[in-house]
Design a protein around this ligand. Structure first.
Ligand code: ADP
Ligand code: TRP
Length: 336
């Protein structure tokens, strides 16, 4: 049986948080252990430049994201784990794909459209004000990431589905104009993956500044959990689990019987203070060993660097011949 190629990129902006873990990292690490899969996970640091022009932040985030995945037990022997900017074949392919991507297709990309809508809203003279070519052609770079490694399945959040459709579109166009080289990728969204709310009750997101970073020190974790917004119900009053941030986070980490017990406690009335301590204990138990490994890796970046370099060598064993084939197909080849 042909193995399934699973590929996903992690943009290196900011520090990974509990929501990233529950929604993306945990399912991906589980998939990396499935021997029927060939998994490709990479730090999308070229994509990070679109959102962040602070070099030390971009640099730091690569270390934090890589250390997070390694500390959580990503099986790097059974998967490809690399940094996008270590694979020069990716930007080269991006150019080739740009030359057959319709500009109109990019005009329809959500992120670009949202930026234009915002400018129009603000009554800017130019609807493209402040919009870089990086933001505009972001989906082409993403298509190159995916098509280079012949990915079958691409696990992503719902906001990325359109980009996957674009990658398929670009692949079909190439296959039609030149020859059948690219595999058509399929987006995979995990309906069961929890979407966690943050400190203020909105979706936990770096953009809202309401996150609980995965590996903050114990004391800080306790402090942040205490900051989670709750309603003003008194302790003894029965409570709803639905839409409760504390309960949602608890459920993303707890075993089934633990969740049942807590549901019962809610229906009998549980104080928010007590629930916060229970949540802290659960998270801390879950994270403390990985946190030690994470801290060690952050202190010893050369270990992370070496892992990424090894990953890049392995990834380039795929990317170099693939690009060769693509260049040959478009007519970029030796004269003799
Ligand atoms: P952020 O919103 O913090 O910038 P990203 O957009 O970088 O997060 O998301 C990276 C991955 O983590 C995506 O797969 C996304 O679906 C997932 N993710 C982000 N926030 C959450 C959340 N609150 N709950 C569950 N999954 C999330
Ligand atoms: N654009 C994705 C995001 O913001 C990250 C990403 C870059 C990606 N390249 C990719 C995801 C390729 C999947 C496949 O989440």
């Amino acid at each position: 049986m042909k193995e399934t190629r699973v590929l996903t990129g992690i943009t290196t902006t900011g520090t990974p948080h509990l929501g990233n873990y529950a929604g993306a990292i945990k399912p991906a690490i589980e998939a990396s252990r499935d021997l029927n899969n060939k998994s490709f996970y990479f730090l999308a640091d070229l994509h990070a430049l679109i959102k962040n022009q602070n070099p030390s932040e971009v640099h730091r985030s690569s270390l934090e994201v890589a250390a997070t995945w390694l500390a959580l037990g990503l099986d790097t022997d059974n998967s490809y784990f690399y940094r996008q900017s270590d694979i020069p074949e990716i930007p080269e392919l991006t150019w080739i794909l740009s030359c057959l991507t319709a500009k109109g297709l990019m005009n329809r990309a959500h992120a670009y459209k949202a930026a234009v809508a915002e400018n129009i809203d603000q009554k800017a003279n130019d609807p493209d004000k402040g919009i870089t070519m990086g933001l505009f052609s972001y989906p082409v770079l993403m298509a190159a990431d995916i098509l280079m490694f012949k990915a079958d399945i691409v696990p992503v959040g719902k906001d990325q589905i359109q980009h996957l459709e674009m990658a398929r579109d670009i692949a079909m166009r190439f296959n039609h104009i030149y020859r059948e080289i690219f595999t058509l990728p399929q987006a995979q969204t995990d309906e069961n993956a929890a979407v966690l709310k943050g400190l203020d009750g909105r979706k936990m997101s770096k953009s809202y500044n309401n996150t609980i970073p995965l590996f903050v020190p114990e004391k800080k974790l306790k402090k942040l959990i205490n900051k989670i917004t709750t309603n003003s119900q008194p302790p003894e009053e029965p409570k709803e689990t639905k839409d409760c941030t504390l309960f949602e986070i608890y459920s993303a980490f707890a075993a089934k019987d633990q969740i049942k017990d807590i549901e019962k406690r809610y229906s009998e009335g549980i104080g928010w203070g007590e629930m916060k301590s229970i949540l802290f204990e659960l998270l801390n138990d879950h994270l403390k060993d990985a946190r030690k490994d994470y801290e060690y890796l952050i202190e010893n970046p050369s270990i992370v660097e070496e892992t990424l370099k090894k990953g890049a060598l392995k990834a380039r064993e795929e990317a170099v011949p693939m690009l060769e084939k693509i260049k040959d197909a478009v007519g970029l080849k030796s004269l003799v």
